[in-house]
Every structure is written in structure tokens, then in C-alpha cells.
Design a protein around this ligand. Sequence first.
Ligand SMILES: [Zn+2]
Length: 436
Amino acid sequence: MRLELRGAGGGRLGALAGLGPGGGAALALPGCLLYTRTGSAPHLTRDTLRAVRGVPAVAQLTLPALAELHEVLEEYKEGAAKFIGMPDTVLYCSLQDPVAPCPSGYNTNKTVSLWGNSGRMEMTPSKFMDIQRAIKPDWFQCISDGDTVSGEVSRKRAKKSVDRSLSFLDVCLQLLEKSPELQGSVMIGAIEGGDILEERLRSARETAKRPVGGFLLDGFQGRAIAKETKLKLIASVTAELPEDKPRIIHGIGKPDEVLECIERGVDIFESFFPFQVTERGCALSFSYDYHPNPEAAVLKQNGVQDPEKNNAEKDQDGISRADPEITPFEIFLKDKRYQDDFGPLLEGCTCYCCQRHTRAYVHHLLVTNELLAGVLLMMHNFQHYFSFFSAIRDALRHNKLDQLKKLIFTQALQGPTNAKPGQKSQWHGSPHHATP
Ligand SMILES: [Zn+2]
């Protein structure tokens, strides 16, 4: 694994090259991982995933699901990639599933708890490394105590999270050295410390002294830490890290938050956000086309979107069933207003779904609980999200990150973009499909 940076302003543009079995794969940076459940992209088969453009070279596997398969994988001996039928995919194994709940209060000095379908599993460093030997991932997150996400965390608890994580890291690094099965695997060290700056800095400095292949900024999931504090902590942590190793962050997925982290030196994100959008019956609809076009310019002059158009609360038809988590970056297709809307999910989108189907059709699939709804939404949402990262790299390459940021932040400030049938939001103009 080689990190190649091109030294662009305001972010780390480059690639992680030399990945995969033949060393031929690369992950463009800043970039995201493919979110999977036990190796499969949710709702999609290998064939339907192939129809999605811009799929990242690295897939994220989560440990709880694989830990339940430990004995089978151990018996199988050839590693998880081959086991799940993706022998050429580069695999990153993270400790927790970003979408699954992770109850607080179960970690100890000797163990970290994982939550799978069959309940809680206690991981010691040696059990953890046994499982990794059976998985043989390309990268894996070292076991760490990241239980500082929910509620108020004291300074003492933050310190403990750092102490425990460093001690787990040391034991695991020793075991890694003695594991011939894992000689091709890279261990990612987790940086913990809750919202206490000095603990975060200590965690970053100490982790950087050890022979890890990259860093994970953990514990920034959820809303317990105020946004300003979070961003300050992220900037302080990345400033302590060596330039030549990748920085991954967990739990950040919304387009505006992704951009804020990229500006602060983060390289790699998860892609659970488009999955969550799919699960609530929504389609990503935000624009990342930061190139000025006359239509948008005119609409902008006429003021930002008609508030009534976006005020979902006012519409009693169906919106009450909408998930309160819906963001301004998506439209709720289950809403009745889309039942006669024969436009694509997103005007100008080149995905499989938008090329063949209408909002009305996906609306119908959603209200009749057809599984195809999830398939089509996932294809659109993944492709749109992956293209967003491509647009970020394009913006960095051309020194236009500020323009992209302005466009994304304008949209972030609006209500959910539930345009009525036939009404196009100004952001629904042709999305810019940047070169990867
Ligand atoms: Zn689409």
C-alpha cells in the first residue's frame, strides 16, 4: 500500500495505490469505502452492483457479522474475500457496523464488546487476532475502546479509552508480527479520547509512534459532541499525524460534514449514508455541480427555493410517515406527491434506475413494499454518492473546493427537497459527472 499525494490546496488529493491481490487496485483520495453487510452491498447482487458506476476499490466489512462466522472461516482457511465470492476486492474490516446500534458501558480493560445478530460478543486482543487470521483482510481496524460516543464522557473516561486502546494496539501489533497469515494485512490504529483535546492529542501521538498502516479517527459518530468541538478535534488530531499514512473516519456521511472533514485532512469515509437514505425510502437529490450554469444563476437571483415547496411539515399527505432523519440532500419518494411524477429520480442522473424508471414507479414500489424499491434506490443512491466524491476530487484538482462547499452548504440549509410533481428544484439540473 502506497499513499500518493498530489499536494492540492485545502485537502489531500491523491490515491492509495498498490492494493489488492496483484497490487493493481487503487483507492482515489479523498474517497469512500463500499458499505457492505458480510461482503454484499445491501439490496444488491454482484450483477446489480456492477451496473453502479464509480464503486470504490475497497469494501468495508464489519467484524460482528464475521466474528459469528469465525469457525467456518477458520475451517475454510482462504480468507473472507474468497469466502464471500469477492476474491479481487480489497477488504477493510472495521470493528462495528456503522448502522447497527452499539450499546454503551460494556468495554473493560481486557475486552471490547461487539454486537451481532446473536447478541453481545466479548473480544480480547488474542481472540480478535484469531478472527483476523481467519478473515485475512487487506486492512483492519485494531480493537479499541471507542465507547465515548453517547452522552457525557468524563475526562477520566476519555483517558481510559486512550489507555485501553493503546494497550490493545500493542498486544495486537505483537500478535500481528507473529502471524504469517496476516503478513499482507495492514493494521489501522484507532485514535480515541472522546471530546478531550489533550487525550485526543496523546492518542494521536502515541498511535503514530507505532507501526500502524493508517489511522482511524474514532468516536466522532452521533451528535453527543457539538459540531464545532468535533471539527476542532479532528483538525488537531490530523495535524499530529504523519502525512504519508491514510486517515479514515467513521460515522461521518452527510455531504456537508464530509467536506468539512476533508478540509481538515481526512482521507477516507464510509458509505453507510446512501444506505440509510435508501432505508427510509429516499433518493439522494443534492447537486454537486458547482460549475456555474445560467439556469441556476437566474434562479439564484430570484432567491433561494420557494420555502413552501420544501416545507414538508405543511403537507399532510404521507409526510407524517417520513423518517425525522431525512436530510435536505434527499427526497422522500414514498410521499404521495410523487405518485404521478413521471420524471427520473434526479434529472440528468445517468444511473441504471434514472435511465429506466420514474419517481412514480419507485413511489409505487415503496408503498406496496416491493423489494425492488430498495434495489433501485440503492443503485441510484450509491452512484450519486460515489460521483459526489469524484466531484470533490475534481474540485480539489481545479482548486474549486470553495465553490463546491458553497453549493453543498446552501443546500444543507434548506428543508427536505420535496419538490412537487413537475416542479424542478434548481439543484436538479444536470449533475456534474466528474472524471474519477
Ligand atoms: Zn439516478
